[in-house]
Design a protein around this ligand. Structure first.
Ligand code: ADP
Ligand code: MG
Length: 370
């Protein structure tokens, strides 16, 4: 995909550049004493910001924070983010929370006009919001010379590579809680990859589709037919062969795929984890989304840890998407050992599925890119 990049903005000296960032940082503390618990999203935007400031541009950032639903709310004030940004990038401005205005999510003209007032150029580096057709994402590129920042540039390169020229075998690993959240991605991935490994809560709907009893595991009955159809059509789908479950007596491991009444599947078993790990080690490209079990509880984190370790150890090109998967990887201290961790959960899955996003399309249609 050919996006306008920072280099395509022309001379930025003396220009005011609006940078749409994703500063939706985790916060802690009471409603009126909020502080940032992790500033990684602010630091992640620095390559783009400093590229501009080093060349003499005046940079003003704009982001959303939380879900204030169009209402100015002190809890979601940008003040703590502004203070941290001032330390990391002195002289760079930051507008108030974009979602304090209902026009942001509604993408209304007046909100766009206000955003571009006094601005010469626009840069989007908020990959995590690029799947939303909101005012700050699709509005400014209609009139301003525009570019993708470094974060978006990298996300697009990685997913383009997986979609168009993946080194094979290309293995995809999917987990997480619900099948219904990810049907689109499953359809897209199964068509692209050589093997699709399914764990996490979603595996139980597939196992039920094969006729296995799943006990009290999370299972979406209304998706069983759909899953059965996928299994019949795609022999490349691999399901768990053992499961770690919990019942009234405690935690145990099954020797097969059957979970009796009263038992709940919480993680893939050790046999499955080893098989998934082997497939990842033998692959040349791997995409992983969704934990293999309820990894937040140490008793059910082994499957996710084994997959994460294989992602770190394999020679394959490795990409991780999804908020909880990225959190799991970081929890195991393995986030530096994969090739790419996507900064946008929902956005990375939608981009993989559709090969495009509203925010990317808007950049391609900007006056300097046409
Ligand atoms: P991501 O954010 O990486 O896309 P999801 O949000 O789809 O991942 O799924 C993460 C959640 O899935 C975690 O909170 C985890 O506890 C849950 N999960 C994984 N396996 C199971 C299971 N067997 N039963 C219930 N929930 C599960
Ligand atoms: Mg999640």
């Amino acid at each position: 995909m050919k996006l306008p990049l920072l280099e395509d903005l022309g001379d930025v000296r003396g220009k005011t550049v609006l940078v749409r960032t994703d500063f939706n940082v985790p916060m802690s503390g009471g409603d009126d004493a909020r502080s940032i618990s992790d500033d990684f999203r602010i630091r992640a935007a620095l390559p783009t910001i400093t590229w501009l400031t080093e060349r003499g541009a005046k940079v003003v950032c704009a982001s959303h924070l939380g879900r204030p639903k169009g209402q100015p709310t002190p809890k979601y004030s940008m003040a703590p983010v502004r203070a941290r940004l001032a330390e990391l990038a002195p002289g760079v401005g930051l507008l108030e929370n974009l979602r304090f205005s209902p026009g942001e999510e509604a993408n209304d003209e007046a909100t766009v006009a206000e955003l571009v007032q006094g601005v010469d150029m626009y840069v989007n580096d908020a990959f995590g919001a690029a799947h939303r057709a909101h005012a700050s994402i699709v509005g400014p590129p209609r009139t301003l010379p525009s570019a993708a920042g470094r974060l978006i540039q990298r996300e697009v390169e990685v997913v383009d590579r997986l979609r168009s020229t993946p080194k094979r075998p290309f293995v995809a690993v999917l987990g997480g809680a619900k099948v219904s959240d990810k049907l689109g991605v499953i359809d897209a991935l199964v068509a692209m990859c050589d093997q699709l490994l399914i764990g996490g809560g979603m595996c139980f709907t597939f196992l039920a589709a094969q006729g296995h009893p799943v006990g009290d595991s999370i299972c979406e009955r209304d998706q069983i037919d759909r899953c059965r159809g996928l299994l019949e059509k795609h022999k490349s789908i691999m399901l768990p062969e053992d499961i770690i479950g919990v019942d009234a007596d405690g935690v145990y491991t099954t020797f097969g795929r059957r979970l009796p009444d009263g038992a709940k599947g919480m993680d893939i078993g050790p046999g499955t984890a080893a098989a998934f790990s082997d497939a990842i080690m033998d692959a040349r490209s791997v995409f992983w989304n969704g934990p293999m079990g309820v990894f937040e509880d140490a008793r059910f984190a082994k499957g996710t840890r084994t997959v994460a370790q294989a992602m770190a150890d394999t020679k394959a090109f490795t990409v991780v998407g999804g908020g909880d998967s990225a959190a799991a990887l970081a929890q195991f201290g393995l986030d530096d050992d994969v090739d790419h961790v996507s900064t946008g959960g929902g956005a990375s899955l939608e981009f993989l599925e559709f090969g495009d996003l509203p925010g990317l399309k808007a950049l391609r249609e900007a006056p300097n890119a046409r």
